[in-house]
Design a protein around this ligand. Structure first.
Ligand SMILES: [Zn+2]
Length: 426
């Protein structure tokens, strides 16, 4: 029975290939750039597209133009999967670097070009087609899936996923995130099983103003800031404890990153280190008012990332301790934002189901990886505490870059996986 359902889904996805191509191309044509993240027209387009397939989509927004669109495909009573993706894109950057119109959705050979093709309108189109395929199946052959297409993920998700969570609109037993990048979802498929956490800090250093010609009367805040920056940078040597349960994913992630070509030895070492130590990026620096004035104020901002399982609070305590020990006076450490990462078990029932779906479609056993950045899976994980995994058609290195594209074969794989998962996990 299940084998029959899987066969039906695979066959139907092939039949809908040209519809998948035109749908992806059409989604790219909406300029849903964040900010301002106006996704309303795109959401209305998706809603009417789904209605033609007999599905009733709904639009939810905190601010009218920042629209989130949702459709439920009902299955048998039991488990419900959330499929989560975003419709907004980052700006196209320098137009002259693009070979095709970034909002044209050009289909060239096996590729569809445009801003958002990989990140992540392609995978949204795959999910829309999957919703259509699943709606054609009997309710008893599948789990219920809530498909969510959100706004402003590229701008912090305050009107998108985070608001939907706050409003209690997002709920389910497991979440499949379509926001996903890999080098080849067909020949060497991966699943994102987690993401790193982060700690964003601002050092605020105060001193005493003086005439630059008599600097000995002052207390130079920039000099002190430079010394304090060195102390924070030393947190890159703070060894993180890697929990036993995530070691396989960590090693597999390193392997994934190292398998790309063109890396220098220095970069390879940095990639290995990024999985066992924090990465500390000094991202902004500010201070001084005039060339002949000893400054009494300076500040610097850091974006620090840490592995799942390590606590941002512990690292903060360590950094504050190091600053105190350094004896540099007038230094304040402000926490701008912090979040723990997470990592799913590779052998959970949800992971096993997704692994099987990918194996059925590609013939290859997928591997786990942990994303170095964060995605909307993090707030979902935090609020709903359900398993969150990511898989999709996005191609690594193309997101946010000129000449972004997605491959048609990759889209087809995503469509099939999204359609098969609810047949297995139910
Ligand atoms: Zn994205």
């Amino acid at each position: 029975m299940r084998a029959q359902a899987i066969y039906t889904v695979l066959k139907r996805a092939e039949e809908l290939r040209s519809e998948l191509i035109s749908l992806t191309s059409n989604l790219i044509k909406f300029r849903t750039v964040s900010p301002p993240s106006n996704t309303l027209e795109c959401a209305e387009f998706i809603s009417s597209y789904l209605e033609k397939s007999g599905l009733e989509a709904k639009i939810y927004s905190k601010e009218e133009e920042k629209a989130n669109v949702y459709v439920r495909v009902t299955g048998e009573p039991g488990r419900k999967i959330i499929w989560l993706g975003h419709l907004d894109v980052v700006p196209e950057g320098r137009r002259e670097e693009w070979a095709y119109d970034p909002y044209g959705g050009a289909v060239v050979g096996d590729r569809i070009y445009g801003r958002g093709a990989s990140d992540m309108k392609g995978s949204c189109a795959a999910a829309i087609i999957a919703a259509k395929i699943l709606s054609e199946m009997g309710a008893e052959s599948k789990a219920t899936v809530d498909f969510w297409f959100t706004c402003d993920e590229e701008a912090g998700s305050t009107n998108g996923t985070k608001w939907l969570l706050k409003a209690g609109l997002l709920h389910g037993d497991a979440c499949l995130v379509g926001d996903f990048l890999s080098r080849d979802p067909i020949k060497s498929p991966y699943i994102d099983v987690g993401c790193r956490g982060y700690l964003r800090l601002r050092l605020k250093v105060t001193g005493r103003v003086a005439h630059a010609s008599m600097s000995f009367y002052g207390d130079n805040a920039i000099d002190k800031l430079i010394a304090a920056i060195r102390v924070v940078k030393d947190a890159e040597d703070y060894s993180l404890k890697v929990p036993e349960g995530i070691k396989e994913a960590v090693e597999s992630s390193i392997e994934y990153f190292l398998s790309q070509g063109g890396l220098s030895e220095k970069q390879k070492n940095a990639i290995r280190r990024a999985h066992y130590y924090p990465t500390v990026s000094l991202t902004m620096i500010n201070g001084g008012v005039k060339i002949n004035v000893v400054p009494d104020y300076a500040e610097a901002s850091f974006d620090i990332r840490i592995l799942p399982g390590s606590s941002p609070e512990d690292l903060l305590k360590h950094i504050k301790g190091m600053i105190d020990e350094s004896g540099i006076s007038g230094v304040n450490v402000d926490v701008i934002d912090s979040e723990s990462g997470y990592c799913e078990s590779w052998n959970s029932e949800f992971a096993m189901s997704l692994r099987r779906a990918i194996r059925v479609v590609t013939g290859v056993e997928p591997r786990p990886k942990i994303i170095l950045a964060t995605s909307d899976a993090a707030p979902v994980k935090k609020v709903l505490e359900i398993p969150c995994l990511a898989f999709g058609a996005g191609i690594e290195g193309l997101a946010h870059a000129p000449n972004e594209y997605v491959t048609i074969d990759g889209l087809l794989v995503a469509t099939k996986v999204y359609s098969i998962l609810p047949l297995i996990y139910r």
